[in-house]
Design a protein around this ligand. Structure first.
Ligand code: G4P
Length: 291
């Protein structure tokens, strides 16, 4: 897939990375949202370097769209001394209590030290980071009761850092969503684009739909067959896209398949979980150098 257009790194993203590094000393832990369907590809590799050993809670968000068994594999894989992973469905407010409890638990030593110094009630301060469209705003709204109107509906849209008081002991610092230069391997970029993390206006939509079709033939053939009534998945991905477009009635004059219209519809359905729950990568897919 020719994704050279995606090697963009807008100036505000460099600024955000700097701002994350500068503000780290103001928080007890970092809550990182990623997409439970792609828990490797949707995590910003630059953050490891910046965040270092600061306690970290990885929220596997959109867990309602991912396969439960795979999510469990990822939770095991990501758990370390200073890192915990928790499945959350921010949209339907599921898993929020576990986020609150884990955030406090990860900071227990710091809280005990504060209590010894006489600060009986001290808020837990968390910086919330995550790539665009990973559901960071939805999570913050759910945790704090902030109005949903503040959710940005376009991936890539940015705001400045802001503090929001949550229910109970949590205070959250909302950082703008940030991607990273180059966006990694072609596999990684495809998974990011297929799940909607990269804005569609910088992508050739038919090419993305074709590559997504190829990915799903490999990973979820039965879901594809069922949704688009494709009996035989042996033909090439471009032919399958055409066949599926016909079956969905996306036609142009002269009975030609309307690939643009179907590509938009297909990607919408994949991203929205209409075909069924999908996890597009396992811990064994993590490249050795990133493991
Ligand atoms: P961001 O701040 O990280 O950029 O993400 P945001 O909260 O704006 O959420 C991005 C989209 O993901 C929203 O859909 C939101 O409703 C959806 N979303 C967030 N959390 C969850 C979740 O746990 N489960 C599911 N199923 N969806 C979730 P949207 O408003 O339709 O926007 P878009 O997808 O059209 O961009």
């Amino acid at each position: 897939m020719d994704m050279k257009d995606l090697s963009w790194f807008p100036g505000h993203m460099t600024k955000t990375m700097r701002s994350i590094a500068e503000r780290l000393s103001q928080v007890d832990l970092v809550i990182e949202t990623c997409d439970a369907r792609i828990p490797f590809s949707s995590r910003n590799p630059e953050l490891d370097r910046i965040i270092g050993q600061k306690p970290r809670l990885v929220v596997l968000n959109k867990a309602d769209l991912a396969e439960e068994g795979r999510t469990t594999d990822w939770i095991r894989y990501l758990a370390k001394d200073t890192c915990r992973a928790i499945p959350v469905d921010s949209l339907h407010r599921k898993g929020l209590e576990r986020v609150r409890a884990a955030a406090i638990d990860l900071c227990s030593a710091r809280l005990e030290r504060a209590a010894e110094r006489g600060r009986i009630f001290r808020p837990v301060r968390a910086m919330v980071v995550g790539i665009p469209n990973s559901g960071k705003s939805t999570l913050i709204n759910a945790l704090t009761g902030r109005k949903a109107a503040l959710v940005e509906d376009r991936p890539g849209v940015t705001r400045g850092a802001q503090w929001i008081r949550g229910e109970g002991q949590l205070e959250l610092m909302d950082m703008p969503g940030v991607l990273w230069p180059q966006l990694g391997s072609a596999h990684r970029r495809l998974r990011l684009a297929a799940t909607g993390a990269i804005r569609d206006d910088v992508i050739a939509i038919e090419e993305l739909a074709t590559e997504t079709m190829r990915l799903l033939v490999d990973r979820y053939p039965d879901l594809l067959r069922k949704r688009y009534k494709l009996e035989d998945l042996a033909p090439s991905a471009p032919l399958l896209l055409e066949e599926a477009a016909r079956r969905r009635g996306c036609l142009l004059p002269g009975n030609r398949a309307d690939l643009t219209r179907f590509s938009v519809l297909f990607l919408d359905e994949v991203r929205g979980g209409v075909l069924g729950r999908m996890t597009l990568e396992s811990p064994s897919d993590v490249p050795q150098e990133d493991a």
